[in-house]
Design a protein around this ligand. Sequence first.
Ligand SMILES: Nc1ncnc2c1ncn2[C@@H]1O[C@H](COP(=O)(O)OP(=O)(O)O)[C@@H](O)[C@H]1O
Ligand SMILES: [Mg+2]
Length: 495
Amino acid sequence: MSDKNQRSNPLSAGLDSGGSFNRFETGSQRKPTADTSRGSLFDELLEGEPIFDDKDVLRPAYTPSTLPHREAKINEMASILASALRSETPSNILIYGKTGTGKTASSKYVSEELERASDRYELPCHVEYVNCEVIDTQYRVFAKLANTFIDNNLNAIDAQIELLTEQVRSLRAGDGPEELTMDNLPELLDRIQALEADQENFERVPMTGWPTDRVYEAFFDAVDYQECVVIIMLDEIDKLVEKSGDDTLYNLSRINSDLVRSRVSIMGISNDLRFTDTLDPRVRSSLGEEEIVFPPYDANQLRDILEHRAEVAFKSNSLTEEVIPLCAAYAAQEHGDARRALDLLRTAGELCERDQSDRVEVTHVKRAQEKLELDRIIEVVRTLPHQSKLVLYATILLDKYTDSNSKTGEVYDVYRQLCEELGSDCLTQRRVTSLISELDMLGIINAVVVSKGRYGRTKEISISKHRDETEAVLSSDSRFAELGDVQPYIQARFD
Ligand SMILES: Nc1ncnc2c1ncn2[C@@H]1O[C@H](COP(=O)(O)OP(=O)(O)O)[C@@H](O)[C@H]1O
Ligand SMILES: [Mg+2]
């Protein structure tokens, strides 16, 4: 048997007596499997008191039952939507605010309350949530809406047919029900037949393939089939407009003039305060009948939010006193983002768990902040356009091979060198300077303007502290694979 064979068989590896590296125990030393004294890989990880009661409470998918510091905004929305409960059409609403300011959570909360009230008052009212980050074309928005209302209608028809059939059955049996939906048997039978025909007519919209007009018509017919006030919540509406223009909104904003039974109003939610600039003026004025702005949370508000959640998420006494205030302070710097605050708290808890400590401490929060920042940088770098990646790579190479901070001109020289090696188009120095500013704004590099006296001004550029991780992300881009180990050629400069 050759060496090669022996090595490729893990079972024979333990018999290798050559004294070479061998991580398998020999047969005689191997402990019996029933011996419980040997810990499993996971025992150590599961040791110690768990600090979490319910970690999911800190995840974005969880909908909290109370939203501290959003009562005023929630009331504002509710007072606009209340007209739905008087069978009137609520004004369209546009909600603005940076990410993590509670727009989605508050809107979902209000819609659930509205639907509950509509059940209680028996006023048909329906809120349909559409996440336009995922459903981002006119076809898909109308297809989703059409199919939802088609399904609702089919269910309602089924229930109605069942009710009428029961009435027919008892009429025929002579023990007629007290109240009939129709006056007599033939009318009942006609009605059932009509409903069955409607059932046949509803056809679900396929994911692709129909002309958009037909999809819109399917939606229109389905919405108008039974009387209802419909609120369409378009979350991340700016993404829809960015991807596929404002046709969807144009069509939706005009739909009420053609509907007979139902009414539609739109609730648009956007992270981008300027997204309406690109809209057709008619769409803009219709959509923005009411505008609600969600301001960022300050550190105190974030603290309240975290405390509410932490109570459910963690076992009591699992957090040292400074943990929540520190998470709140970090997230307040990050434009008052509650999502970031919750992510920090959850990550700090996970790091504590991994350390097998029984209380989350300040160091865990600091490490969590580092980790989230690194995750963010990796994500941003991964999705940069090719030219920005080249500029960033040039900055990294300079940082690796020179001692001082680089100047714009030096970055440009190395950038040109990279373009040549890769056969990429080479931008002007002016364009590269503006890409450097963008990278600075994204927090991936630092660019500081320094005065060079009578030689004018230049920028000194340094890379953020996660240089090696950033480089690793760039190197994983297949277009950079050919580069190998480039040594930047740096001209001596006297500026
Ligand atoms: N006032 C609040 N109280 C409790 N949790 C909140 C509050 N505001 C936001 N959150 C939570 O913060 C996260 C981000 O909120 P979200 O509504 O998704 O923000 P947005 O839609 O503005 O980006 C969610 O997990 C949400 O539950
Ligand atoms: Mg949101």
